[in-house]
Design a protein around this ligand. Structure first.
Ligand SMILES: Cc1cc2nc3c(=O)[nH]c(=O)nc-3n(C[C@H](O)[C@H](O)[C@H](O)COP(=O)(O)OP(=O)(O)OC[C@H]3O[C@@H](n4cnc5c(N)ncnc54)[C@H](O)[C@@H]3O)c2cc1C
Length: 433
């Protein structure tokens, strides 16, 4: 790779702004098409968010069928149908294997590098950039994208330099975890080209609550496995239910089921102008409420003098069991035989639908993913080209596309990056001809 000084002037076919997964893939795809490509990133390292993704193991894609992948991208997943028909999750797997990064499948179709090291994914992408002679400017922040006579013309850098290009790919990500460089710089450049930015919001983010049991840290640190967690509408009906693990924290709740539910809390608060939303936790999804009640009654009948705590030992993690006894006004030391059926029914109900109020989420900066962004209505789904400004392309999280954690966001970034880079290169060649 030729590391140019940022002051050096040159005209490029394609400038990719942002060296996250979408930008790295876009630069590679444009390089493969023979374009003269410049990739710029304001950080000292490329792929900083990629390197910390998936617990630093990088959940690089997901092997579920495309229909399922789209379902796991609740933020405009359907927009990606055309893109997947051109470059799919299976193509991502082949692409990385071609770069010498062996992948393995884990639960729920999640794909990770065999090395368990996100850095191995980043390094493979960097080697490919080098092979394709893509120029890279690091520590180089873009200040603005320049448009001339309704056409992309150049990128103005923060240091005052202007670099001309036929096409520019905006791959600067969203606003989440800004210390990785994603500070939302691209929205203004898109707006300047006439694009609509849909409202930004935190998604895949822990949820906050003022419930006394949270404030008092009663359950802090407790994780529950394979529970069902629902977000309820004001009429008490579930808007969404996710069956996964969750965790109680000092400010609220977190863990996979919570992250997936978070955008529905944000949207419900907005839609109904609520200060709080009710969530419902089913700690025993395989049992019915009536079945559980009957089971407990039977257990008590067999040993009526045994304390209820010992009778129900193992039904739930002990801390949660004691918590639900407390919520049901049951003394854990009380003999099962002397507890009223009304209280046992209340306890069974709490096991199946413990309801509590939540009052929001951590801020967008702490979210795994940014919801909202460049409206997909104004982007061609087959090429990622702006429908409003010739020569402008979008990819990755800057777009109004967001998926659940599980490899869906990186998949969306890589797929849109592939299309944006390829088509920006083709566009610049036609423009040159
Ligand atoms: C902790 C964490 C773990 C995650 N784990 C997963 C996971 O396992 N699976 C999954 O699918 N998703 C995961 N995600 C989400 C996923 O990492 C992002 O959706 C993805 O990185 C977005 O890629 P991107 O290329 O659009 O943008 P980013 O990765 O955000 O990259 C944007 C790049 O643009 C650069 N940039 C920004 N502004 C400028 C500027 N003005 N000039 C020059 N450069 C600029 C930044 O420095 C940055 O390098 C995780 C996110 C986080 C925070």
């Amino acid at each position: 790779m030729k590391w140019l000084e940022s002051g050096e002037s040159m005209e490029y076919d394609v400038i990719v702004i942002g060296g996250g997964p979408s930008g790295l893939m876009a630069a590679i795809a444009a390089g493969e098409k023979g374009a003269r490509v410049l990739l710029i990133d304001k950080g000292s390292k490329l792929g900083r968010k990629l390197a910390i993704s998936g617990g630093r193991r990088c959940n690089v894609t997901n092997r579920l069928p495309i229909e399922e992948i789209i379902k796991h991208i609740p933020g405009n997943g359907k927009f990606l149908y055309s893109a997947f028909s051109i470059f799919s999750n299976e193509d991502i797997i082949k692409f990385f294997e071609g770069l010498g990064v062996a992948l393995k499948e884990e639960d729920h179709g999640r794909m990770f590098p065999v090395s368990n090291k996100a850095q191995s994914v980043v390094d493979a992408l960097l080697s490919q950039l080098e092979k394709l002679h893509v120029n890279v400017f690091k520590n180089c922040a873009a200040e603005e994208v320049m448009y001339d006579q309704h056409h992309v013309s150049a990128v103005l850098l923060k240091d005052g330099q202007t670099i001309s290009a036929k096409a520019v790919v905006l791959a600067v990500g969203g606003k989440s975890v800004p210390q990785t460089g994603s500070t939302g710089d691209g929205y203004a450049w898109a707006e300047k080209a006439g694009h609509t930015i849909t409202e930004l919001f935190p998604t895949e983010v822990p949820i906050t609550s003022n419930e006394p049991f949270i404030v008092n840290k009663t359950l802090q640190g407790l994780s529950l496995r394979d529970i069902k967690l629902s977000v309820l509408n004001p009429k008490g009906k579930p808007i969404i239910t996710h069956q996964m693990d969750m965790l109680f924290t000092h400010f609220g709740i977190s863990g996979p089921a919570v992250l997936r539910s978070s955008q529905f809390v944000v949207k419900a608060m907005k839609k109904w102008n609520l200060q709080e939303v009710t969530m419902s936790l089913d700690a025993l999804p395989e049992k019915t409420e009536e079945g559980l009640f009957q089971e407990i009654v039977k257990l008590i009948k067999a040993e009526p003098k045994k304390s209820i705590k010992n009778t129900l030992k193992g039904l739930l993690p002990e801390r949660y069991l004691l918590f639900l006894f407390d919520q049901s006004e049951i003394d854990p030391a009380e003999q099962g035989g002397s507890i009223s059926h009304e209280k046992i029914r209340r306890f069974a109900k709490h096991c199946k639908q413990f309801q509590f109020r939540v009052n929001g989420t951590l801020p967008i900066e702490k979210a795994f993913v940014t919801g909202g962004g460049v409206s997909v209505k104004e982007v061609d789904p087959k090429t990622m080209a702006s429908k409003l400004m010739p020569g402008l392309y979008f990819c990755g999280e800057i777009l109004d596309i967001h998926g659940y954690t599980g490899g869906y966001n990186i998949t969306a970034a890589l797929v849109t990056g592939r299309l944006a880079g390829t088509n920006a290169a083709l566009y610049s060649k036609n423009d040159r001809a």
